[in-house]
Design a binder for this molecule. Structure first.
Ligand SMILES: Cc1cc2nc3c(=O)[nH]c(=O)nc-3n(C[C@H](O)[C@H](O)[C@H](O)COP(=O)(O)OP(=O)(O)OC[C@H]3O[C@@H](n4cnc5c(N)ncnc54)[C@H](O)[C@@H]3O)c2cc1C
Ligand SMILES: NC(=O)c1ccc[n+]([C@@H]2O[C@H](COP(=O)([O-])OP(=O)(O)OC[C@H]3O[C@@H](n4cnc5c(N)ncnc54)[C@H](O)[C@@H]3O)[C@@H](O)[C@H]2O)c1
Length: 464
C-alpha cells in the first residue's frame, strides 16, 4: 500500500468552484491537490456550458444564413457539416484544457488525474488514470464532484443506448429525427440547435408545460417559438417503453391523458435532470452525510457534517449553474479564512441559451403568488421595444414583478434578444436596492434592447 501523502487542502473533483479554490489556496502558499477523473477543468468547459453554447452558436449561424434572403443577402444552397461543427467545438475545448493546465501549473496546485474514493475520514485513495494508486489526506477536504445525467427507469431505454448531452455534443452526423426526453434546459437548448442544423425534432415532456419552474405565459411563449421553428412538443407525455437503437432507429411509446402514442425517430437524447456523483465515492467511510436525494448535506456555510470537510456545487445541492458553483468557491474561500459567508438569500440569476434566450432573476409571478407576497406586474412584448423594428427580433416579452407595498423590484423575466444582458441591468438595480421608478426614469441608450426597460416599468400600476 502506498504511504498517505498529506496536503493542506485536498479537493475531490475539479468542478467549477473547486478548481478556483485550489488555485487561490495554492497561490496563497498552501500545499493543494485536486483529484479529477476525466475533465481537466470540470464539466462546464469540457461537456456542458461552453461546448453546448459553442454548438448553439453554430446553429444560430445556420439559422441566420438560411434566412439571409429576408435581410437582403443572397446565398446559394445552404448545408451544415456536423463534423466541422464538432471540430470547431473541440478546438475550443482543447484551448480550455490548455488554459486549465497552465493555471494549475502557475498556481502550484497539483492536478492528479484519477478516480478518487474516500477510504476514511479526510483520506482519499486515487486509482490513477495512468495506472497505480495514491493515498492522500487533507487537513481540509473539499468535495466538488458534480452530477451526471439522470437516466429514467423506462423499459428498453438502456438497450436503446440513448445519448446524454455528452454524446450529443460529439455527433458528427445530423440525426434525421432527434427525439428528446425532457423539456428542461438541456432538452430545449439542444432541441433548437439540432432543429436549426436541419434535424426533425420531437420533445417529449411529462409535465403539462415546458420549463416547469417558469410562469405559464413564459413557458407558452417559449413553446410557441420552438413550434414556429418546426419542433414538435408533446406535453403531458410519459414515456412507457423504448425500442430500437439510438443512431439507427428508435421508437418511444408514450402515455398521455388523450391516450397512448408512438413517436418514431432516428436518435434519442435523454435530458431528464441530474443525479449527484456521490453514490460511489466512499462517503460511508467518513462523517459526511447525504440527504434523501443523494446530495451532500451542508449548512449555509457549505460545511458538511464532518468538521473540516466542505462541499461545493451541484453535489452540495446548490442550484445547477456554473456561476453558483463559482459563488460557492467564494463562500468556502472566505469561511476557510474565518469569515461567515452564507448561501441563503443570494440571488440566482440564470439564462437558457435558446434564440431568443430566456433570462430570469428574482421571483416569478407564480412564486410571488405561492409565497403570498402582494405584487404588481407588467409585461412588454418585444415587438414594443423599438430596436426590434430594426432587427425583427420581435419574439418574446419582458416581465417585471414589483412589490405592491413599496417600489422594490422582486423579479424580472425575459424571453427576447439579449435577455441575459438586459437582465444583468435589472439584477444590478435589485442588488443596489433601487426602486423600479429609477429604471423607469433612467436615460437608456436609443436604440438598445435595454431601452425597453423604460416602457416595461412604466406599465407597473401605481401604488394604491
Ligand atoms: C449541457 C449542459 C449545459 C449547461 N450549460 C450551462 C450554462 O450555459 N450556464 C451555466 O451556468 N450552467 C450550465 N450548465 C450547468 C453547469 O455545467 C454545472 O452547473 C456546473 O458545471 C456544475 O459544476 P460543479 O462545480 O458542481 O461540478 P462539475 O463542473 O460538474 O465538476 C465535477 C467534476 O468532478 C469530477 N469527478 C466526479 N467524481 C469524481 C471522482 N470520484 N474522482 C475524481 N473526479 C470526480 C467530474 O469528472 C467533474 O469533472 C450546463 C449543464 C449541462 C449538462
Ligand atoms: N443555460 C443554462 O444555464 C443551462 C443549460 C443546461 C443545463 N443547465 C442546468 O442543468 C440542469 C439539468 O438540465 P436538464 O435539462 O437535464 O434538467 P431540467 O430539470 O432542467 O429538466 C428536466 C426535464 O425532464 C423532464 N423529465 C423528467 N423525467 C422524464 C422522463 N422520464 N421522460 C421525459 N422527460 C422527463 C422533467 O419534467 C423536466 O422538464 C438544469 O436544471 C440547469 O440547472 C443549465
Amino acid at each position: 500500500m502506498p504511504d498517505i501523502e498529506n496536503f493542506d487542502t485536498l479537493i475531490l473533483g475539479s468542478g467549477q468552484g473547486g478548481k478556483l479554490l485550489a488555485w487561490h489556496l495554492a497561490r496563497s502558499g498552501q500545499k493543494v491537490a485536486v483529484v479529477e477523473r476525466r475533465w481537466v477543468g470540470g464539466s462546464c468547459p469540457a461537456v456542458a456550458c461552453l461546448p453546448s453554447k459553442n454548438e448553439i452558436w453554430s446553429a444560430r449561424i445556420a439559422h441566420l444564413v438560411q434566412h439571409a434572403a429576408e435581410f437582403g443577402t443572397a446565398t446559394g444552397p445552404v448545408s451544415v457539416d456536423m463534423a466541422a461543427v464538432r471540430r470547431r467545438k473541440q478546438a475550443m475545448v482543447d484551448r480550455e484544457i490548455a488554459f486549465h493546465l497552465g493555471a494549475y501549473k502557475a498556481s502550484g496546485a497539483e492536478l492528479i488525474m484519477g478516480e478518487g474514493r474516500f477510504i476514511g475520514p479526510k483520506t482519499i485513495e486515487v486509482s490513477l488514470n495512468d495506472g497505480g494508486q495514491r493515498r492522500l489526506s487533507g487537513n481540509q477536504v473539499v468535495v466538488n464532484v458534480g452530477s451526471h445525467a439522470a437516466i429514467p427507469d423506462i423499459p428498453g431505454l438502456p438497450a436503446a443506448r440513448a445519448m446524454t448531452h455528452i454524446e450529443a455534443l460529439e455527433l458528427d452526423y445530423l440525426p434525421s429525427h432527434l427525439i428528446v426526453l425532457g423539456g428542461g434546459y438541456v432538452g430545449i437548448e439542444m432541441a433548437q440547435a439540432y432543429r436549426r442544423f436541419g434535424s426533425r425534432v420531437t420533445i417529449i415532456e411529462p409535465s403539462q408545460r415546458l420549463m416547469g419552474r417558469e410562469d405559464a405565459d413564459v413557458a407558452e411563449e417559449m413553446q410557441r417559438i420552438l413550434v414556429s421553428e418546426g419542433i414538435e412538443v408533446v406535453l403531458g407525455a410519459r414515456p412507457t417503453q423504448v425500442r430500437g437503437l439510438s443512431g439507427d432507429a428508435v421508437v418511444v411509446e408514450i402515455h398521455t391523458d388523450a391516450g397512448n402514442r408512438t413517436v418514431e425517430g432516428s436518435d434519442l437524447l435523454v435530458a431528464a435532470g441530474r443525479v449527484p456523483n456521490t453514490a460511489d465515492i466512499g462517503l460511508e467511510k467518513t462523517g459526511v452525510e447525504l440527504d434523501d436525494r443523494g446530495f451532500i448535506r451542508v449548512n449555509e456555510r457549505l460545511e458538511t457534517t464532518e468538521g473540516g470537510v466542505w462541499a461545493i456545487g451541484e453535489c452540495a445541492g446548490s442550484p445547477q449553474f456554473t456561476h453558483v458553483s463559482v459563488d460557492d468557491f467564494r463562500i468556502v474561500r472566505d469561511n476557510m479564512a474565518g469569515g461567515n459567508r452564507r448561501t441563503d438569500a443570494r440571488q440566482i440569476p440564470y439564462v437558457m441559451f435558446t434564440d431568443p434566450p430566456l433570462a430570469r432573476v428574482g421571483m416569478s409571478e407564480g412564486e410571488a403568488q405561492r409565497l403570498g407576497i402582494a405584487y404588481r406586474v407588467a409585461t412588454l412584448p418585444m415587438g414594443n421595444v423599438l430596436r426590434t423594428e430594426a432587427t425583427e427580433e420581435t419574439q418574446g416579452f419582458m416581465k417585471a414583478v414589483v412589490s405592491a407595498n413599496d417600489d422594490r423590484i422582486l423579479g424580472f423575466t425575459m424571453i427576447g434578444s439579449e435577455a441575459g444582458e438586459v437582465m444583468a441591468v435589472v439584477q444590478t438595480a435589485m442588488m443596489a436596492g433601487l426602486p423600479y421608478t429609477e429604471l423607469r426614469e433612467a436615460v437608456i441608450v436609443h436604440l438598445t434592447i435595454a431601452e425597453g426597460l423604460g416602457p416595461l416599468f412604466a406599465g407597473i400600476p401605481p401604488l394604491r
